[in-house]
Design a binder for this molecule. Sequence first.
Ligand code: FPP
Length: 247
Amino acid sequence: MGLFKSSDKTAGRLDTDRLPRHIAIIMDGNGRWAKKRGLPRTAGHAVGAETFRKVATHCKELGVEYLTVYAFSTENWKRPKDEVDAIMGILETYLHEAIETMERDRVKMKFFGDVSVLSPALRELIAETERISDTFDGVQVNMCVNYGGRSEIIRAAECWARDREAGDTGELTEEKFERYLYSAGIPDPDLIIRPSGEYRLSNFLMWQSAYSEFYFTDVLWPDFNERELDRAIIEYQRRDRRYGMIR
Ligand code: FPP
């Protein structure tokens, strides 16, 4: 695992021929961004959703194939109800808008997590966005909602156990296990970005991050932008990815 903290010495050129295929982001720092401005935390989430839009568009323009974002974790339910409701409301507004624009942008949307416990309105929007965009060939956005890496792995194990009981006698390999994850068929993230000065994975993509490169920055998510994404990619392009081998 390549750990890297950003610095101001990141001047360089982004090589569009060596882009990470899959970027994953922990959108952190919304609350602190709002607090610094004397605003309610929910204002930070609203601006955070704008940042997500900008970053997704930039990924699309650059030609990044997959963007996975952590919108709401299995642990986020422990937050005050007002804040949880606000995040769900922001998500709902975003999905309404996305349905209007996704055909033009060819954005494909997938949801990772147990969405069965969300409101009927949100569940319907999620099903609709996945259905409409299923055949689109632009950037694929994977939105993690009520997602936790550990519960994803347990869910996969349960699904495999069911198949085994139903008669699958084949050996359980890594490749086979991956087919039971939300990310089935999607390459592992090449680059995982965590803004806001925290250095944790926080139960995000626990299986898939085995060989990801990590990029940390002190910038709070609402202040993150296209330039910050370019910086992260430039740093990523300096890494020597060995996957446990010697070169
Ligand atoms: C972490 O920051 C952020 C979240 C738990 C929620 C992120 C949700 C959004 C950006 C809106 C989702 C909608 C779309 C369209 C992507 P924090 O609240 O933990 O910040 P803090 O660490 O500063 O308190």
